[in-house]
Design a protein around this ligand. Sequence first.
Ligand code: SF4
Ligand code: SF4
Length: 117
Amino acid sequence: MHKLLIGMLTVFKHLFKKPVTLEYPEKKMVSPKNFRGKPVVENCVGCQCCIKVCPTGAISMSEGEFKIDLKKCIFCGNCMYYCPRGAIKMSGEYELATVNKNDLELVYKLGGNNERN
Ligand code: SF4
Ligand code: SF4
């Protein structure tokens, strides 16, 4: 009986607590400061440093274009940390699920920031 009362008291206490979860997708999480979401590239000069430090081979470059394949990216942030120009930022964007796998290939023009995909 004693344990039953403790159990009921615990349930009762939690009835008035603010929930720790969000009503997603109506309400969205604000990404913490150092969150590593979708990589965004701006003013890349094509030095290829990031290609060497990417552990999964997610980055490639060809014909004036810089590509990140999010199917391979593990969001480790190495490309951002080692880029000598600070051209890659890991953004707070985390809603990356898609039914079209082509959407997971991020393409940027070298020297600019016009993403195309
Ligand atoms: S975050 Fe990591 S895995 Fe993703 S592209 Fe950059 S280095 Fe590669
Ligand atoms: S993103 Fe940075 S490290 Fe990668 S090629 Fe461009 S300038 Fe070089």
